[in-house]
Design a binder for this molecule. Sequence first.
Ligand code: 13P
Ligand code: SF4
Length: 334
Amino acid sequence: MAPDPFRLYKAGVMPTAVSRNQPAVDPSLDLEAEIARLKKERNAVLLAHYYQTGDIQDVADFLGDSLQLSQAARKTNADVIVFAGVHFMAEVAKILNPERVVVVPDLEAGCSLSDGCPPDAFAAWRARYPGAVAVSYINCSAAVKAQSDYICTSSNADKIVRAIPADKQVLFAPDRNLGRYVMKQTGRELVLWQGSCVVHETFSERRIIELRERNPGAQLIAHPECEEPILRMADFIGSTTALLTYVSTQPANAFIVATEPGILHQMRKAAPDKTLLEAPPDNAGCSCNECPYMKKNTLEKVFLALRDLQPRVELPEETRKRALVPIERMLALS
Ligand code: 13P
Ligand code: SF4
């Protein structure tokens, strides 16, 4: 298994936050123009998550949170889907589109939540609770989805849990922070898998309080993957899209944003006059609030993925069919 880039970085092994393994591309190429040309030629659609770098977001056909990206993947008529995000997101696009080519800029763009929930361990955990309903956050592998009853995202987790009859025991994997937040919202006891996101667990309560003191009136907005002390302080909690909408629709003039800073690219466009501050990580001076997986993708790799139609996301058909069931249940409820 490839070493976890975030852990390596924390141990000081890598000189920068992200090892991008940048391929050689002719520097005289106008990448934006080439990407536009190739998208037409291949009848391709470029879907991108808000944690991608600004240059990728700017050439995307569709930007969104995990739910919206899944919905866009289900709707598309394109022959090729280029998924600028992490592997589990592209896998969902493939599960929904077995007949289309799905490529990702970097096949190694994983996710600590997904990596921290191996399918065998998940199966053993599930087996300890016979009769329980398993709700899995979309940040998990297709093999875990295939063993789940429902998939949810940060924008619909409470709705999905509420849809399950009250007399049923509910297992929630793999993010314990989102799970705890859903427990609070629904008043429902959930059995939690103890996973977390390496990015959202880095925010420092103490440094956020200091930042707030220096910026009176600034609202703290947070993704539900953040740890409980941060969520307790937050003025608003939501998915990436919900955070973006909040910043552009609320009267406040300043926001401390406790999620991956890629989202600030769209926030600045949507609310150019507002002050947007990145929530600080514990370790001052590190870039631990940047997702080392999302940031493996580069504009050069998007270009190469479109040009070569590689690397492709492929899945065993049996896994795909089983993983489709809980995804379809989620989409029907969303
Ligand atoms: P959203 O669905 O809110 O965009 O979250 C995806 C994710 O990976 C957050 O870390
Ligand atoms: Fe996974 Fe966290 Fe990166 Fe989101 S930010 S893709 S949860 S590692």
